[in-house]
Ligand binder design. Structure first.
Ligand SMILES: Cc1cc2nc3c(=O)[nH]c(=O)nc-3n(C[C@H](O)[C@H](O)[C@H](O)COP(=O)(O)O)c2cc1C
Length: 200
C-alpha cells in the first residue's frame, strides 16, 4: 500500500557489521530493492569510518569529527532509521553501539530522540539475533527513539538464504521483508515527523 504522502518517506538503513560479505547489509539491500511505494531506503556504508566514541574528541571537535557529523546529519534528514544488527556474543556489535553513542549526543543534537526506528537482524546460527535485537531495543529506549514494536524479523541460518554472491535468494524471506516494511511505513506515518520533547 502506498503511503498517503506525495513526498517519499526517506529511510537511512544502517548495517551493524563491517564485514565485506555482511548478511545484514545484504538484507537491507534486499529490503531497499522491494520497499513499498512511497518509501525510499538508502543503505549507509561508512560505519567503518566512525571513530571510537570519546568525550574528549567530542568536546574538542564540538560534537564529533566530520564522519560523525555526516552520519548525524543523514540521520537528522531521514524520516526514519532501519537497523540490521548481527549478534556478537549475545549482544549488539561494538561498532553499532559506538555509532549510537555518538548519535545520542551532544545536546541539543540528539538526532535519535523521537526518530522512528525499525530493527531486524540475520545470523548464521539458529537464533536469528533475538538477544542482539532485544539489547538494541533497550539501548534505543535510552535514546528515546520510537522503535517499531511489531512485527519482529529474526532471520536465521543465513547460508541457506543467500546466494554465492551474498544476495538474498530466499523468496519467503523477501516476502517477510516486504510485510515488515509495509508495517514500518505505517509506523513512520503514525509516529514520524513529530517534534517530541527530549526528556531530561
Ligand atoms: C565475535 C562474534 C561473536 C558472535 N556471537 C554470536 C552470537 O552470540 N549469536 C549468534 O547467533 N551469532 C554469533 N556470531 C555469528 C554472527 O552472527 C554471524 O557471523 C553473522 O553472519 C554476522 O553478521 P554479518 O554477516 O552481517 O557480518 C558471532 C560472530 C562473531 C564474529
Amino acid at each position: 500500500m502506498p503511503l498517503p504522502h506525495e513526498t517519499p518517506r526517506t529511510v537511512l538503513a544502517i548495517p551493524g557489521s563491517l564485514r565485506r560479505g555482511s548478511y545484514n547489509r545484504s538484507l537491507l539491500e534486499a529490503g531497499a530493492a522491494c520497499a513499498p511505494a512511497g518509501m525510499r531506503i538508502h543503505v549507509y556504508d561508512e560505519l567503518a569510518r566512525i571513530p571510537l566514541f570519546d568525550e574528549d574528541l567530542e568536546r574538542e571537535t564540538a560534537g564529533g569529527p566530520e564522519e560523525v557529523r555526516r552520519l548525524r546529519s543523514q540521520v537528522a534528514e531521514a524520516d526514519a532509521l532501519w537497523i540490521a544488527t548481527p549478534e556478537y556474543n549475545q549482544s549488539v556489535p561494538g561498532v553499532l553501539k559506538n555509532a549510537i553513542d555518538w548519535l545520542s549526543r551532544p545536546a541539543p543534537q540528539e538526532v535519535l530522540a523521537g526518530k522512528p526506528v525499525a530493527i531486524i537482524g540475520v545470523t548464521q546460527g539458529r537464533w536469528g539475533t533475538r538477544l542482539a535485537q532485544s539489547h538494541l531495543r533497550h539501548v534505543l529506549s535510552a535514546t528515546e527513539s520510537l522503535v517499531l514494536p511489531r512485527p519482529t524479523l529474526f532471520v536465521r541460518e543465513a547460508e541457506r538464504l543467500f546466494d554465492g554472491e551474498g544476495r538474498l535468494s530466499d523468496e519467503a524471506t523477501r516476502d517477510a521483508l516486504r510485510g515488515f516494511l509495509e508495517a514500518f511505513a505505517g509506523w513512520v506515518d503514525l509516529v514520524g515527523g513529530k517534534k517530541l520533547p527530549v526528556l531530561r
